[in-house]
Design a protein around this ligand. Structure first.
Ligand code: SF4
Length: 163
């Protein structure tokens, strides 16, 4: 598994000042994807336990409100194991910080039984659809995407939209 980049202070991908990591590799090929350099699974850098340590060290700071995991596709079968490990270790170490994740997969159709959801606070799901693009949307690129409160949705067994 590989990742594209880490941002030490990100104010665009989720609320507050955050650390973000962009995983490498995506097969969705959404028209006018904002992040085409993340599609090739052989691009970027190797994702290792040291990468997880680096991300957790960057989060270990009171000004950092949470971690954002984007891509690429963090939940592609090639990437989901490493993403789950990072998400689990983040929530164990920082139970009071939040974890946001962006995926082209669907919460209810593809992800409901995946372990990773136990560690995610907010999931922005669904492929980017260029014809539904609206620059006024918060946290998402197209109106079909959903900003989901994951703990509430799992508890109530239905999708609860937040923000
Ligand atoms: S899922 Fe995300 S990274 Fe993948 S092609 Fe679509 S917009 Fe780009």
């Amino acid at each position: 598994m590989r990742y594209n980049k880490i941002r030490k202070m990100d104010i665009a991908d989720g609320p507050g000042i955050r650390v973000s990591i962009f995983m490498q590799g995506c097969t969705f090929n959404c028209k006018n994807c904002f992040n085409q350099e993340t599609h090739d699974f052989s691009g970027g850098k190797e994702f290792t336990d040291d990468t997880i340590k680096e991300v957790l060290n960057l989060c270990d700071n009171d000004t950092i409100k949470g971690l954002s995991i984007l891509g690429g596709e963090p939940l592609h079968p090639n990437n989901i194991e490493g993403t789950t490990k990072l998400a689990k270790e983040f929530k164990e170490k920082f139970p009071n910080k939040n974890l946001w994740m962006w995926t082209g997969f669907s919460f209810d159709k593809d992800l409901k039984d995946k372990e990773v959801l136990n560690y995610v606070d907010v999931l922005v799901d669904g492929q980017y659809k260029d014809e539904l693009h609206d620059p006024k949307l918060k946290w998402k690129g197209s109106s079909n995407q959903r900003v989901i409160d994951v703990p509430k949705s799992l508890k109530e067994e239905k999708i609860i939209i937040t923000e």
